[in-house]
Design a protein around this ligand. Sequence first.
Ligand code: SF4
Ligand code: ZN
Length: 305
Amino acid sequence: MKCTRCRKTAHVSLPSHHSGFCADCYPLFFTKQVETAIRREKMFTHEDRILVALSGGKDSLALMLELKLQGYDVTGLHIDLGIPNSSEKARRKVEDFCTLHGLPLRVFEMAAWGLPIPDVKKYVKRPVCAVCGKMKRHHFNRIAVEEGFDVLATGHNLDDEVARLFANTLRWDTAYLSDQGPVLPASEGFVRKVKPLFRLSEYETANYAFLKGIEIHSDPCPYAGGASFTGHKELWGELEHRSPGQKLQFYQAFLKNGKPAFARQEKETGAVLAPCTECGSPTSAEICSVCRIRAAVAESRAQEG
Ligand code: SF4
Ligand code: ZN
């Protein structure tokens, strides 16, 4: 196959775009997809301060590098989860990456905050990933708000988005369906959240990371018991193979036709939120659920002596 742009031998074949690219031209395709996502969804401008959530995986690091190359004002935020034999490796990748590219980085340590994820696993009677995900979202938002960032960007790609949309559709979860999308607008106590890689598949992002020489953290988390949505991603991989372009079509048609209908339905049901008396994050109770979990774990630890 020849490169669609320069006619040299193509290295990356993209049936869903009826094209293929050589190693030199492929990053230009990637850049164009990210530019289109930012422009069409009005995600942010060059005047905005952008906080980028960095896990150390290919998606978040590829996003950070691409936004920097496009001239945006980006700062990385890594949450050190305190998981032995895992978190320190992820953190090192993020720190090395930011040093190499001269990028500002904040690191938030769950252990220093009093709730390393191993303690969640030990003391909280809920699936560890559900609580861990909640903690990460909480601190990403809190830090973005406290430090005056205009927007929080995450590395969710098209496969992540389609798998989540599919899961929400299987349950007809209208609350989640009304909220899902590449942009979640800011509201009282919540920063705007954006997903600039939503037009790019996992395969496309992995190719970019590889061709840009990004060193990624790829070891699975020791607590991941069958990563979420894996089955749905496999199903969609099969559909995409049979009918290239299906994933992006499904997602874009949802944004155009499905989401507005669900948003109208959910409008009237919003709860009244006020700042948590412990951490200031918006909550419908006096103390937010994250602060309550932290206090409950501290109590269990104390009882154990
Ligand atoms: Fe947290 Fe679960 Fe992800 Fe591990 S796999 S980082 S515990 S959400
Ligand atoms: Zn709180």
